[in-house]
Design a protein around this ligand. Structure first.
Ligand code: TRH
Length: 385
């Protein structure tokens, strides 16, 4: 169902260059859908890699220059200079993650009256400085245009993170038994089994963890979406590959490989598990909304620039835990991100506390407001100025 809240139907162009993986288009596609469905904006999404987009939204045909999906116009951004055939400049222009707008588009923005609201949507970081830089304006050096920097974040004064209005209701309606039958082909595991979802990059720590699950006293059911970690699973189980539909067993560990699903269904995996290993940006956010314990494999950056971001997220997430639980989470997340060997038993000992914390943290995070709503409020204020 579509619910429109803001009065004028604003037109918005979002530009997204896919650097690698699914996160760039993952965030842009989620934002585009939300602006359309919840705020009634007319959204045009320029994407340079429709093949990656197709994985998140199978309705997207990678051969088409222009198409529509879920009420959003999708333009194949074919070359840096391509800015849509009509060059009709929208009321709101969002360049995602500092991708460079086509020059012809910028000059047309400068000619437009009134000038569009121009936003650079940044990557998510939980670091404190983010609140200081959020919504800072930056005048264009050559044209009478001003761009503001919109910073997603985990704390007050930031842009927050994306959360659809119906997300909690969808989670409450989730039919776990039906999901297990349909997606995994087995009955939902009983409470004595720990269900773990594993969405991660290649990770040298995974072998130790798999061995601990295999040799542990408690049964572990592992759900692995096919992807960059699948090769490690195959090697561990002595299989040629670990592809969607395959299962493998070793000791107390029973693993199932799942196919990649369209983005709106990704949350179901997180709802089905007791603990979620997630990565990058968008799945990291979704794990927080799932209200379950989670472990973050952060996107690695040059010069370890990601490590302060990891610690900043830990500080937000763990600040109300007691010292032993906080230390265990910190140690485990660090090990999963390259510093040390993960100790599952020492970490999962704190399960009851982590479960409580996860639910409360989702509430705290929701207190910042959702990113799409915060962005609409900013734009509305700018236009009224
Ligand atoms: O794919 P990622 O590693 O993306 C990363 C990060 O965004 C990183 O910050 C960025 O710099 C880099 O890309 C370029 O992880 P992320 O952000 O979690 O995106 C994965 C998306 O894939 C997310 O929207 C969920 C979606 N997904 C599905 O739609 N279906 C699936 O079956 C699975 C496993 C994921």
């Amino acid at each position: 169902m579509t619910t429109h809240s803001s009065a004028p139907e604003l037109a918005c162009d979002i530009f997204c260059a896919v650097v690698d993986n699914f996160g760039d288009i993952g965030v842009c596609w989620r934002l585009a859908r939300q602006l359309r469905a919840e705020h009634g904006w007319r959204v045009r999404l320029f994407v340079d890699d429709l093949t990656v987009f197709h994985a998140l939204c199978p309705a997207v045909d990678a051969t088409l220059a222009r198409q529509e999906a879920m009420g959003v116009t999708i333009e194949h951004w074919r070359e840096p200079a391509h800015a849509g055939d009509t060059l009709a400049i929208a009321d709101v222009v969002i360049e995602a993650f500092a991708c460079e707008l086509p020059h012809a588009y910028i000059t047309a923005m400068a000619r437009r009256d009134p000038k569009p609201v121009w936003i650079n949507l940044e990557y998510l970081s939980g670091e404190d400085w983010v609140a200081d830089f959020h919504l800072r304006p930056s005048p264009h050096p050559r044209y009478p245009l001003e761009k503001s920097f919109f910073f997603p974040g985990l704390g007050k004064g930031t842009g927050g993170v994306l959360k659809e209005r119906d997300l909690d209701a969808r989670r409450e309606r989730f039919d776990a038994a039906a999901w297990w039958r349909e997606r995994v082909g087995i009955e939902r595991p009983g409470g004595e089994q720990t269900v773990v979802s594993l969405f991660a990059y290649e990770n040298p720590a995974v072998d130790a963890l798999l061995a601990q699950w295999r040799d542990g006293d408690a049964p572990v059911v592992l759900l692995v979406p096919e992807g960059r970690i699948s090769g490690a699973l195959a090697r561990f189980f002595g299989l040629p590959r670990f592809a969607a539909g395959m299962s493998a067993r070793a000791g107390a560990l029973h693993a199932h490989a799942l196919g990649f699903v369209e983005q709106p269904r990704f949350d179901e995996l997180l709802w089905a598990a007791d603990i979620n290993f997630v990565r990058g940006e968008d799945s990291f956010v979704r794990a927080q909304w799932a209200g379950k314990p989670f472990v973050w494999h952060i996107y690695p950056q040059a010069d370890d620039a990601h490590l302060p971001k990891l610690d900043a997220a830990l500080a937000h997430y763990t600040h109300t835990l007691d010292a032993p639980a906080r230390e265990a989470v910190t140690r485990f997340w660090h090990a999963w991100n390259g510093a040390g060997v993960p100790d599952w038993a020492a970490f999962w000992r704190h399960r009851p506390m982590l479960e409580k914390r996860a639910a409360r943290w989702a509430g705290e995070l929701a207190g910042i407001g959702d990113l799409a709503g915060n962005l609409v409020a900013h734009v509305t204020a700018r236009i009224a100025r």
